[in-house]
Design a protein around this ligand. Structure first.
Ligand SMILES: [Mn+2]
Length: 267
């Protein structure tokens, strides 16, 4: 038997990048799409992305799991985080939640955290974060989360991270996915890096005042789309550094914005 999979992950609300990838994917031969989580937050088209996944998963056989961003939104929806509000560091989650429908929430609730796909060649284990745990009869571990595209073999298991559709941190201004072909004679992994019109998500974020006031998360996301460098991470490192220097344990928007300016201007 021959199996061909499309593997994609970490869309982060970037409907434009997702649509661009599907221009290529729709011309390919494959058996199923493996969706590795983090479809929403950051770029404010979460609802549209979920609609698109539901559409494509009716058209093509799909294995779909949830990522940590879906879990955060579900936790917020279930009132588990009383301190997650607009004008806090968590507003990205709050805004994402507000733009979703009840159907969207129900749908992400229905997604599993992991999936096992049984093939005669062994098992494919799909989860959001790099899995260290031993999985019985597992030949492939497929995951996302780091927004970096790579694959390697360890102890007879092939690890595949397809990078990020919406917000890669591989240093490219573009979108990524991978494919996996398995036969009884060989296996083949291909990594796609595709240019698209990054002005579309950037202009969208700029239009959303909510992304540019308060904690200005949108500014970090724009820089990452432009460069493929992890600016949110840089900002968080700066933030913790300043907080430690000043022995300040409280959440502070002033410190956050100073950290953000440092992160953006330093490079
Ligand atoms: Mn993630």
């Amino acid at each position: 038997m021959l199996y061909e999979f499309i593997i994609l992950s970490d869309i982060h609300g970037n409907i434009y990048a997702l649509k661009e990838c599907f221009k290529y994917i729709e011309k390919m031969n494959f058996d199923a799409i493996i969706w590795c989580g983090d479809y929403i937050t950051d770029i404010p088209k979460g609802h549209e992305v979920l609609e698109a996944i539901r559409f494509y998963s009716k058209k093509y056989k799909s294995y779909i799991i949830k990522g940590n961003r879906e879990e955060y939104v579900l936790q917020y929806a279930n009132n588990e985080h009383k301190n997650w509000k607009i004008n806090t560091r968590y507003e990205n989650i709050v805004y994402t939640y507000k733009a979703l429908t009840k159907e969207d929430i129900k749908w992400i609730e229905s997604l599993p955290k992991n999936i096992e796909i049984e093939l005669e060649y062994g098992k494919i284990y799909v989860t959001h974060k790099l899995p260290y745990e031993q999985i019985d009869k597992c030949k492939y571990k497929i995951f996302g989360h780091s927004h970096k595209q790579y694959n390697f073999t360890k102890d007879g298991v092939k690890y595949i991270n397809p990078g990020s559709i919406g917000l890669n941190t591989d240093g490219i201004a573009g979108t990524q996915f991978s494919t996996l072909e398995i036969t009884d004679k060989y296996e083949k992994i291909e990594e796609y890096n595709i240019q698209y019109n990054i002005q579309k998500p950037i202009n969208l974020i700029k239009k959303y005042e909510i992304n540019n006031k308060g904690y200005r998360w949108g500014e970090l996301i724009i820089k990452t789309i432009e460069t493929g460098i992890d600016y949110p991470q840089k900002c968080i490192i700066e933030y913790n550094k300043i907080k430690n220097e000043h022995n300040n344990l409280d959440e502070s928007i002033e410190i956050w914005n100073k950290a953000l300016d440092n992160a953006i201007n330093k490079l």
